[in-house]
Design a protein around this ligand. Structure first.
Ligand SMILES: [Zn+2]
Ligand SMILES: [Zn+2]
Length: 164
């Protein structure tokens, strides 16, 4: 979704409220999918010629569990803060995090997608006590116990058995 910053672009101190639901597709390489559009609630504000885009984004995503590799739903929310300046007005003293603006349009899809990627949980677990997969047969131990552990009894018990 494109947002046209024209209403605030040339007016110091002017603010425009942005409240949008943005339909975004995850890339095929991502370990998550979007269940809902990303809701963005925020504003663009002109501060001395620099446009600040600020707000919060929320979405429900379906993400792969690190342990059992099944998808589970997670509500995610994250902050957006970006700064823009008209390309012609950028000077050497401006900080690197200011994005030069060629026209007046920014792409909210990209901003929200990149924001999500940066804010994904470093560890995703379907539940804190997810049992994961059996390292031998690959069964999902949350759904069923496999029989592999029977074959891996501690050899010390064999000795005990013999003694008895
Ligand atoms: Zn899991
Ligand atoms: Zn197993």
């Amino acid at each position: 979704m494109e947002i046209n910053l024209l209403p605030v672009l040339n007016y110091d101190g002017r603010k425009m409220v942005i409240s949008e639901d943005v339909e975004i597709s995850a890339s095929p390489n991502d370990n998550f999918k979007f269940n809902t559009p990303v809701h963005f609630e925020g504003y663009a504000l002109n501060i001395g010629g620099t446009i600040e885009l600020k707000g919060s984004a929320t979405a429900s995503i379906s993400i792969m569990c690190d342990r059992c590799i099944e998808f589970y739903d997670e509500n995610i929310s994250y902050d957006i803060f970006e700064r823009y300046k008209k390309e012609d007005n950028i000077s050497d003293t401006d900080s690197d995090d200011i994005t030069p603006l060629e026209g007046s349009v920014i792409d909210l899809d990209d901003i929200l997608y990149m924001g999500l990627i940066l804010n994904l949980p470093s560890k995703s677990l379907c539940s804190d006590d997810c049992k994961g997969l059996c390292p031998v047969c690959g069964a999902n131990l949350n759904h069923s116990d496999c029989n592999c552990s029977d074959d891996n009894t501690d050899p010390r018990f064999d000795i005990l058995d013999k003694l008895l």
